[in-house]
Design a binder for this molecule. Sequence first.
Ligand code: ZN
Length: 148
Amino acid sequence: MRALSYTRPWAELVVGGFKDIENRPWTTDYRGRVLVHAAKSWDHEALDFAEIVEAQLGRNLGVRDVPRAAADHPTGILGTVELLDICSVTIDPRRSCRCSPWAVDGQHHWQLGNFRRFAAPIPCRGALGLWRVPADIAAAIEREVARG
Ligand SMILES: [Zn+2]
């Protein structure tokens, strides 16, 4: 079972279904379920960026309802998304793509779907890259997923 660690509140923006593109400087052949892990670190500019994207999309995603304080954002594994595909078009600076306002030029655009939040965060340490969760935590997640 694979996971990605995010600076908060990016984890919330992903698992909440606000953000359908994940920008990463690297790519992977992996496709399928990815656990969304919220790390302790906090990006105080993330919600301002999300409001700009919301304006570009021209529809209300509900970014204003996302808590602004780090204390209101849990750490741990918040839920899952599905990595559907990866667009690497803008790695070539002469090219552009139409992924989403979330997509940043020069990055690989991980296309996400099937956003699903767990009833409660599952405590877990994070790691770099597309990491594998420890077996005991994977078992807890399987039980959470089976609850439907
Ligand atoms: Zn793209």
